[in-house]
Design a protein around this ligand. Structure first.
Ligand code: 13P
Ligand code: SF4
Length: 303
């Protein structure tokens, strides 16, 4: 453990804080975090921790979700500028237009990678690990899936009984990965299993042996008898993959699989946010109630 990591551990004791991190942040943060996981795990854990302060190491929608699920807790973001571009790729105006057309038949299903504003206008949230279960459990025959058209398309294929309306949005990192990028990795490692995040394009998920969330990918590789894997998501997952599977080999594709926003969070920024110990994320009470409702419904429907 280095000096900065040790300082964080001292500070978090002093401030009664818990460190939560997504699998895409830097290794040295995952190493000292109390909880590391996918978006669903982080949302669920945020409702269970007893510490008064949550330091959320990830992009801003993750901090907002933690705050919405725990209004009475202090939620600190080490780098508030770390933002998921896809979180902004839908509009309230379009949601209202769709509601006008389809009335009660439509459910607006909002991937958690979205702003609190979009959540406040949605019926239910989903993550990549529970989207299928949640969408199937909804009574509505029409689903307006925002903001990610790729996750929406992937889910729609498994729920043919519902009509899906898609939105023109997607993760810049996952959508940049092409089938040629995966194929060139497969050419080098022909026996490897291909593990893909559902934010990828359909031409890429079509090559997968397994499709799932970051946690799903890590669990699949850990349980598998296979020894080699091509990892088709952001490369932060490599830390946990290698930690849990020291004997197995993990290869990236030929694409650039780095989320620069996730990498903006650093040990120095965690130290600074703990030392300053400001009031943390704040939102209007009425707005929080609206944005909290779809997250709460997600947790209920995915249990
Ligand atoms: P997971 O919920 O699978 O961790 O995904 C979060 C994310 O941002 C993927 O790009
Ligand atoms: Fe957003 Fe993509 Fe980064 Fe995930 S990897 S946080 S979806 S930009």
């Amino acid at each position: 453990m280095n000096e900065k990591q040790a300082q964080i551990l001292r500070l978090k004791q002093e401030k009664n804080a818990v460190i939560m991190a997504h699998y895409y942040v830097e290794d040295d943060i995952q190493e000292i975090a109390d909880y590391v996981g996918d978006s669903y795990y982080l949302s669920e854990m945020a409702t269970k921790v007893t510490e008064q302060t949550i330091v959320l190491c990830g992009v801003s929608f993750m901090g907002e979700s933690a705050k919405l699920l725990n209004p009475e807790k202090k939620v600190l973001l080490p780098e508030p500028e770390a933002d998921c571009p896809m979180a902004h790729m839908a509009t309230v105006q379009r949601i209202e237009e769709i509601r006008d057309i389809y009335k009660d038949n439509v459910a607006v299903v909002c991937y958690v990678n979205s702003t609190a504003e979009l959540k406040a206008h949605s019926d239910v949230c989903v993550t990549s690990s529970n989207a299928l279960k949640v969408v199937k459990a909804l009574p509505n025959p029409v689903i307006y899936f925002i903001p990610d058209e790729h996750l929406g398309t992937y889910i729609s294929r498994q729920v043919p009984e519902k009509k899906f309306i898609f939105n023109d949005g997607g993760c810049p990192i996952h959508t940049m990965i092409t089938k040629e990028d995966v194929q060139s990795a497969l050419d080098k490692h022909p026996g490897a299993k291909v593990l893909v995040h559902p934010e990828c394009r359909e031409e890429v998920t079509a090559l997968a042996d397994y499709i799932g969330s970051t946690s799903g990918i890590i669990d699949y590789a850990t349980a598998s008898q296979a020894q080699e894997f091509i990892i088709v998501t952001e490369l932060g997952v490599m830390y946990e993959l290698k930690r849990r599977n020291p004997g197995k080999a993990f290869y990236p594709t030929a694409a650039y699989q780095i989320c620069e926003d996730m990498k903006k969070v650093t040990l120095d920024k965690i130290i600074s946010v703990l030392e300053q110990d400001r009031e943390g994320l704040q939102m209007e009470a009425d707005f929080m109630d609206k944005a909290h409702a779809p997250l709460k419904r997600m947790l209920e429907l995915s249990r």
